[in-house]
Design a protein around this ligand. Structure first.
Ligand SMILES: Nc1ncnc2c1ncn2[C@@H]1O[C@H](COP(=O)(O)OP(=O)(O)OP(=O)(O)O)[C@@H](O)[C@H]1O
Ligand SMILES: [Mg+2]
Length: 342
């Protein structure tokens, strides 16, 4: 059962884009009011999203949240029960073929053929897109280079590690140089080193100007790779923004000061002075420290230290903590992203 822990005084979930991008820039993908039901399950339940050119947009949510279903609708593979999707100016419903030419898709699960070499795989995909032989070979070489597989391209896939197989899948999705690349859980089940390599390729593709939409249920991946994130839960949008905006929306940066002198009168005096500062939301005493919940601002640390010095108090320790994306997720969905037994 889902439990809500969002108090009535909590900041409203940001579900509209507050970044500069919305200022007059047309989205490259616009989905409005998407709904997809499987029997009684509403896999996607009224989702509206916009993605902008050149960004890495993340769909972050737990297993079963509706990420793959959303992606499959965006890429023309699944017809929505309701809603409208426009990709690169074309309505998916009317112009699926044109949309397909603009996009590449790396599915969550694709069994690469272990008997073929990497390069043979690429040739297969080049055929799928009806590329002339020379063009296919040229693009295949580029895509294999992009994912760092040039040296291993003529080995059979059976010899590849899990991370290499995933990189080959990404190369396959790149063969027709798509404008937009969709990656469904690109690092699922990979070891740390392979994940880092895939992250590097995603950053390189972004630097080449590619727009990417990726799904993940890894919080660190979402935090480090995505320019903007949609937190999806039970088919609905729970929050939207840059990782930084989402963290700041909690208004929960915590500044902890431990005075050298544990004297309670010192702490009381300091507490009263600190409460008077702008951007200090709340002050509590915890384990000999004074803990301030502050609204993030460039000057808050300096102003707090000015007060501390003005009161003649010397500090033994000082700590500044910003809420993690995990806290953000819990705040907006009321539960953790991973099941406890997962
Ligand atoms: N073809 C299908 N038939 C029936 N139910 C489906 C089908 N595809 C998805 N669902 C259901 O829709 C819901 C959303 O599934 P979806 O695969 O979109 O989630 P997800 O966010 O991609 O999850 P995961 O992180 O596990 O990949 C789930 O309850 C799933 O069981
Ligand atoms: Mg999925």
């Amino acid at each position: 059962m889902k439990t809500q822990n969002v108090s009535s005084t909590a900041p409203r979930a940001p579900t509209s884009d507050r970044s500069d991008r919305s200022g007059g820039v047309k989205p490259i993908i616009k989905a409005t009011g998407l709904v997809k039901r499987f029997g009684k399950t509403a896999a996607v339940d009224g989702l509206s999203l916009e993605m902008y050119e050149g960004e890495v947009f993340g769909l972050l949510g737990p297993n079963g949240a509706g990420k793959t279903t959303t992606m499959r609708m965006l890429i023309t593979l699944l017809a929505p029960d309701a809603g409208e999707i426009v990709v690169g100016g074309f309505r998916v419903r009317d112009d699926a073929e044109r949309v397909r030419n603009l996009i590449g898709y790396i599915p969550q699960e694709r069994a690469v053929d272990r008997a073929l070499t990497g390069r043979e795989h690429m040739a297969l995909f080049a055929d799928l897109y009806h590329l002339p032989k020379a063009e296919g070979e040229e693009r295949s070489a580029w895509a294999l280079h992009m994912v760092g597989l040039t040296d291993r391209a003529d080995e059979v896939v059976a010899n590849y590690s899990g991370g290499m197989k995933k990189r080959l899948e990404i190369a396959c999705g790149l063969i027709h140089r798509p404008k937009i690349l969709f990656l469904d859980e690109p690092t699922l089940g990979l070891d740390v080193e392979s994940r880092t390599v895939i992250w590097r390729h995603i950053r390189e593709l972004k630097a080449e100007g590619m727009t990417m939409v990726m799904s993940t249920n890894y919080l660190d991946e979402a935090d480090q790779l995505c320019d903007r994130l949609a937190i999806i839960d039970q088919g609905k949008l729970a929050a939207l923004g840059t990782p930084r905006q989402l963290k700041e929306s909690l208004q929960g940066d915590v500044l902890s000061l431990t005075p050298e002198n544990g004297d309670s009168s010192v702490r009381e005096r300091l507490t009263i002075a600190l409460k008077g500062l702008d951007d200090v939301v709340h002050v509590v005493h915890r384990d000999g420290a004074i803990e301030l919940r502050v609204t993030p601002s460039k000057t808050i640390l300096t102003r707090v230290l000015d007060v501390v010095n003005g009161q003649g108090v010397r500090l033994e320790a000082i700590q500044y903590t910003r809420p993690s994306l995990e806290k953000v997720f819990i705040h907006y969905t009321g539960h953790q992203i991973k099941d406890e037994w997962a």
